[in-house]
Ligand binder design. Structure first.
Ligand SMILES: Nc1nc2c(c(=O)[nH]1)N[C@H]1C(S)=C(S)[C@@H](COP(=O)(O)O)O[C@H]1N2
Ligand SMILES: [Mo]
Length: 317
């Protein structure tokens, strides 16, 4: 197999100082940074700075649909480390420590290393993307995430020619994660993508939701969001990213391989053995809201179908 190298990340993509400076300039021109400004004038300036930290919406990568209310997004969750109830992640996660936070990047890369959260946040400019998240349990949400493509990190660490898959490992804090006592999953929670899936521009490394830092329930301080796959592929509270040659045995595949495949591409034509995947219930739309048809690849077929050309999507579910 030929050994390939990713090009160095162009300086123009390594963000901020210049962007930051131009934003300051813009604010100054708008009169919002005037030293003599009174408290009233300072308020909009603060608001503008806060929103710029989390980026502006990227319409090219956002679905045009009503957002799921923030309250539902942050209190109706799956994060089994805190329990299997939907409200467990928001009500039982108060002891989880997210500071300091480091992410180890290891395996088949030329530049392995341990990244502080701030190092990671500096890799690319933050943007907001409205993605649909479809859970295998047949419900969905439309969520404004704040982050940047995982590709920025992958280019920085430079996978070797042996890297075929990327594994994402969630943190384990036994005293702060009451769900760990139930051994449904062989903790830590591990998910993985093929390298080309991980490099796809839709694959988001998210640090925020609704323009604020992620709540623990949604995977603070950083998580993956892979919008064309069932929610379980998007690992939360990531502490390790490992580049490997062989397809990893991921948590749900290990528990029930006939129910949860490695690919987990949203596919209304392939039913889960115990229920249909043809329609979905949209969380936060009220109990009488009609179920809507589920779309192939969760509506992202135009962007991702080519990744699976030649792959039998019934066998590789
Ligand atoms: N570490 C970890 N990550 C996880 C899970 C989990 O139990 N543990 N649940 C997954 C599932 S099944 C879904 S649907 C999404 C839900 O993300 P949300 O709660 O932010 O909507 O998180 C995924 N990531
Ligand atoms: Mo899920």
């Amino acid at each position: 197999m030929s050994r390939f190298r990713f090009p160095e990340i162009p300086g123009s993509q390594i963000t901020p100082e210049s962007v930051w400076q131009s934003r300051r300039q813009w604010l100054r021109q708008a009169g919002l940074l005037a030293a003599s400004a009174g408290a009233a004038a300072l308020l909009p300036a603060r608001a503008a700075l806060a929103s710029s930290e989390w980026g502006v919406r990227n319409p090219a990568f956002s679905v045009d649909a009503d957002l799921t209310p923030e309250k539902s997004v942050t209190t109706y969750n799956n994060f089994y480390e805190f329990g299997t109830g939907k409200t467990d992640p928001s009500t039982r996660s108060g002891k989880f420590r997210i500071q300091p936070w480091q992410v180890a990047v290891e395996g088949e890369v030329l530049n392995p290393g341990v990244f502080d959260l701030d190092d990671l946040k500096r890799l690319a400019a933050m943007e907001e993307r409205v993605y649909r998240l479809r859970c295998v349990e047949a419900w969905s949400m439309v969520i404004p995430w704040n982050g940047f493509p995982l590709e920025a990190l992958i280019r920085k660490v430079q996978p070797t020619g042996n890297a075929r898959y990327v594994e994402f490992v969630t943190d384990v804090q036994p005293d702060a994660m009451p769900g760990l006592a139930t051994r449904i999953i062989d903790w830590p929670y591990v998910e993985a993508l093929r390298l080309d899936e991980a490099m796809h521009p839709l694959t988001l490394l998210a640090f925020g939701v609704y323009g604020k830092a992620l709540p623990v329930a949604n995977g603070a301080p950083l998580r993956l969001v892979v919008p064309w796959k069932y929610g379980f592929k998007s690992g939360k509270s990531i502490v390790k990213i490992r580049f490997v040659e062989k397809q990893p045995v991921t948590s749900w595949v290990k528990i029930a391989p006939e129910e949860y495949g490695f690919y987990a591409n949203v596919n209304p034509e392939v039913a889960h053995p115990r229920w249909s995947q043809a329609t979905e219930r949209q969380i936060g739309q009220g109990v009488f809201a009609p179920r809507v048809p589920t779309l192939m690849f969760n509506g992202y077929a135009d962007q991702v179908a080519s990744l699976y050309a030649g792959l039998d999507l019934r066998r590789n579910y």
